[in-house]
Design a protein around this ligand. Structure first.
Ligand code: PEP
Length: 254
């Protein structure tokens, strides 16, 4: 039997609250009918509660796009992991390059977010990846190793817990220029060998799932399907449009 693919739909800030609800009402029966594909929807915070009502018991999982690193307190505008848990989130995206870039999120902040997420038994989806300048300077391997080292510093987790790592080269995100399968393959080998060094006592294949993200759409997704080193995709832009998302998922399922 083919390995289950994980597809994370990161809607970013592309859909309003009403648009998000319309979207899920329109396609939930299609999503539920998919075999061998685990769908994790990551809407904006404000839509989480009502999206959860729509997908409850329907085999579609819910994730948040971010979280704060403290349990509670005077942190205006931030959202706690407890709230996310109460809303039914099983996953949280951490360290997305848009947050690293636009909001100056550091590896130290990302590290604290991963710690709190794991402590609540939620699965972090850690995004890592190099920018174009770093790739051109042959720094990709160093950047990936350093980000893993910093983001996962002193992070331990139980054998029944998991971390998802999304390899997301910044130059491929939202640009329409996806990485080649060779580039993804090379990056994943680097990621897995660094994880093996950081977690010598863990079964890396079981404890970590590795995804690729960066301009994946219905036109290019098939080229990645035979790439056994990845467990699925983190899809941004193409997941925010239901017509494109359905086409993309149809290519995966066939
Ligand atoms: C993302 O949001 O992480 C992403 C990969 O976006 P896009 O698919 O639009 O490149």
């Amino acid at each position: 039997m083919k390995k289950e693919k994980i597809i994370i739909a990161n809607w970013k800030m592309n859909l309003s609250y009403k648009e998000s609800l319309r979207y899920i009402k329109d396609i939930k029966s299609f999503l539920v009918g998919l075999k061998n594909i685990k769908i994790i929807l990551c809407p904006a915070f404000v839509s989480l509660a009502d999206i959860q009502k729509e997908i409850k018991l329907k085999k579609i999982e819910l994730g948040a796009q971010d979280v704060f690193w403290m349990e509670e307190g005077a942190y205006t505008g931030e959202v706690s992991v407890q709230s996310l848990k109460e809303l039914g989130c099983k996953y949280v995206i951490v360290g997305h390059s848009e947050r690293r870039g636009f909001l100056n999120e550091t590896d130290a902040m990302i590290n604290k977010k991963i710690q709190i997420v794991l402590s609540h038994n939620i699965i972090p989806i850690l995004c890592i990846g190099e920018n174009l300048e770093q790739r051109n300077d042959n720094l990709t391997a160093k950047i990936l190793r350093d980000q893993l080292l910093e983001d996962l510093k002193i992070i331990d987790f139980k054998n029944n817990q998991q971390i998802i790592i999304a390899y997301e080269p910044i130059w491929a995100i939202g640009t329409g220029h996806e990485a080649t399968t060779d580039q993804v393959n090379e990056a994943v080998i680097i990621i897995k060998s660094q994880l093996a060094k950081l977690y010598p006592n863990k079964d890396i294949e079981k404890s970590f799932k590795i995804l690729y993200g960066g301009s994946v759409d219905e036109n290019n997704v098939e080229s990645f399907l035979d790439l056994d080193v990845i467990d699925g995709f983190l899809v941004g832009g193409a997941s925010a449009n239901k017509v494109h998302f359905i086409k993309l998922l149809n290519k995966i399922k066939n």
